[in-house]
Write a protein that binds this ligand. Structure first.
Ligand code: ZN
Ligand code: ZN
Length: 204
């Protein structure tokens, strides 16, 4: 697979001015790439499958994403079952020990991409040109990624600029909510700005 840091950097640059959270958008794009790779090679690659088995389980969301592999999954699950038969044949104590470390390999992959996304965003935004592109655009980083990015940004001025942009947008949305709720009071009037929540939800 191509260098993931570089791929995410390119993606973030392209998304810096789009009406999305650039980090969320690029995590999604990059994870899609990972799934594409899994569907071509990973589904039968021993080292990948061993990690899936070791992490413990596959969460509901990712199980659903795998189903369109169809028959190929016989390769995947024959492998997993073989190792889990070995695991379950060990004593119960060994099994109990796994309780603290259970995770879904695909969720772990998404987390790994997210960490890189935050680091790359923080790097990009500390460049004045990129900062201006972001500040002048419709893009808005979500709350989680705002907070995680701030942790990586050394410049107090840039951190404040990012927070101010979010704050401005949230205040505008509060005005829209005001319009919506006051429009409910006037029986003759039509409802206004009913879709404000669809804009607010993007921040979370
Ligand atoms: Zn986000
Ligand atoms: Zn998962």
């Amino acid at each position: 697979m191509a260098n993931i840091d570089y791929m995410i950097e390119i993606c973030l640059k392209e998304t810096l001015s789009k009406d999305v959270c650039p980090i969320c958008y690029c995590i999604k794009t990059e994870f899609k790439q990972y799934l594409r790779w899994f569907k071509v090679e990973g589904y039968k690659e021993p080292s990948t499958l061993k990690t899936i088995q070791k992490e413990g389980f596959i969460c509901q969301k990712h199980k659903e994403e795998l189903t369109d592999l169809g028959e190929k999954l016989n390769n995947t699950f024959e492998f997993l079952l073989y190792w889990d038969v070995k695991l379950l044949s060990k004593n119960i104590k060994t099994l109990k020990k796994q309780a603290k470390n259970l995770s879904c390999k695909f969720c772990e992959e998404e987390k790994r991409i997210e960490i890189i996304g935050v680091i790359e965003f923080a790097k990009l935004i500390q460049n004045e040109k990129n900062l201006k592109i972001y500040l002048d655009s419709d893009a808005l980083i979500c709350k989680k990624h705002l907070i995680l990015s701030l942790e990586k940004i050394k410049s107090g001025r840039i951190a404040t600029a990012l927070v101010d942009k979010s704050l401005k947008r949230l205040k505008e949305l509060l005005v829209d909510f005001d319009d919506y709720f006051s429009s409910l009071d006037h029986t003759s009037d039509k409802k206004h700005k009913q879709d404000t929540f669809t804009k607010a939800i993007k921040f979370y």
